[in-house]
Write a protein that binds this ligand. Structure first.
Ligand code: ATP
Length: 360
């Protein structure tokens, strides 16, 4: 383990970081994900040394760094707006952390060259920062973060200032670079897709509290909480009551809901009687007519549809609720075309439902 937060708290007026215990492995790409104001940047600043915890400890490589100033930590922070020095060239910006360490100039120039090459901006080394694009500024900030070979790089929403196309490209490069240099990266983001794409593991925050830590697959497919489920992707929800015990042979449980009775599979969570059944839109099938199926079925009407090329997104009205269903184009082409107002059936498997306690 490289980084360990031990029951870290931080209080500001009107904000409280709940005791946070978290470990990040060496070489891991780890993300802190959550909505604006949930405390992600505060956690990053506590690790970087720009804030001191109200209580708890920050351990890096078995050393207690809780009260060390930022420059004494083997950690580099890339700020949202990159914080490049405008009066310096790209190469001078990148060299800056090495000058602070008072390394010999031959070594500095060798390492700057290596770092610029890694992020593919060798040819921009003599430009000043107002003569480079947003993407190039991002690469310069990254080169500066990597040049001193810190144990940990902290990234505060580093892609948010880039246009969508460049952001996608930089996401891929960031992941490649992280794996190439073997340095541990900790990213703050409110963008769930970015977190899913980049991270080995994600910690999801809400109002100063870490709700779940897990791999992207776990967070998406087995969220611990309805907030996490909603935050990480599109969801359909059916509130209802669990009837009786799970069947001993099949582990099946029955949900009684305003939309009907449904069969579910009991998962690892201990469940109260009142639950929320969460269904991802891609886990539901649109049937053009009622057919005999082992799956759960709900009848409704197409309220809206959006054609998105690779898939079509449908809004299906069932009783007072509206369900989102995504149908892949290949699947759609094999079937009868649907229009607004058509009667349809939604089929879903009990195994694909995420059953969680109802949120309060
Ligand atoms: P965003 O995505 O908008 O940057 P965030 O999840 O990173 O949000 P933080 O920046 O950690 O959130 O802020 C959490 C809360 O703490 C906010 O309510 C913020 O106003 C407050 N806060 C942060 N820093 C300070 C400070 N130095 N003094 C007082 N309050 C602060």
């Amino acid at each position: 383990m490289l980084l360990h937060l031990e029951a870290v708290t931080k209080s500001f007026e009107g904000f409280q970081l709940h005791p946070l215990t978290l470990s990040v492995e060496r070489g891991e790409f780890f993300s802190l994900l959550g909505p604006s104001g949930c405390g992600k940047t505060t956690v990053l600043r506590l690790i970087g040394g720009f804030e001191t915890p109200t209580s708890g400890r920050v351990i890096l490589n078995d050393q207690d760094i809780t009260r060390l100033p930022p420059h004494k930590r083997n950690v580099h922070t890339v700020f949202q707006r990159y914080a490049l020095f405008p009066h310096l060239t790209v190469a001078e910006n990148v060299a800056f952390p090495l000058h602070l360490k008072k390394l010999p100039s031959a070594e500095i120039s060798e390492r700057v060259k290596e770092s610029l090459k890694l992020v593919e901006i060798e040819d921009l080394q003599d430009r000043r920062t107002h003569q480079i694009s947003g993407g190039q500024a991002q690469r310069t900030a990254l080169a500066r973060a990597l040049v001193a070979k810190p144990e940990l790089v902290l990234l505060d929403e580093p892609l948010s200032a880039l246009d969508p196309e460049l952001r996608m490209k930089m996401r891929e490069e960031l992941k490649t670079i992280c794996k190439k240099v073997g340095i541990t990266f900790l990213l703050v983001t409110h963008d769930q897709e970015e977190a899913l794409q980049l991270s080995d593991r994600i910690a999801v925050f809400k109002s100063g509290q870490c709700l779940q830590v897990g791999t992207p697959k776990t967070i998406y497919e087995d969220p611990s909480d309805t907030f996490v489920a909603r935050f990480i992707g599109a969801v359909n929800e059916i509130p209802g009551d669990i009837q009786g015990e799970a069947s001993p042979e099949t582990g099946e449980i029955v949900l009684s809901s305003p939309l009907g009775m449904f069969k579910l599979k009991k998962n690892g969570h201990s469940l109260p009687k009142q639950v929320s059944v969460i269904l991802r839109p891609e886990k539901m099938r649109l049937l053009r007519s009622k057919s005999t199926t082992q799956e759960n079925l709900m009848e409704g009407e197409i309220q809206d549809l959006i054609y998105l090329g690779s898939r079509t997104e449908y809004a299906v009205k069932i009783g007072p609720s509206t369900f989102k269903v995504f149908e892949q184009e290949l699947e759609r082409l094999k079937k009868r075309r649907l229009n607004v107002g058509d009667r349809v059936f939604l089929a879903w498997r009990g195994d694909d439902a995420i059953v969680l306690p109802q949120s309060t």
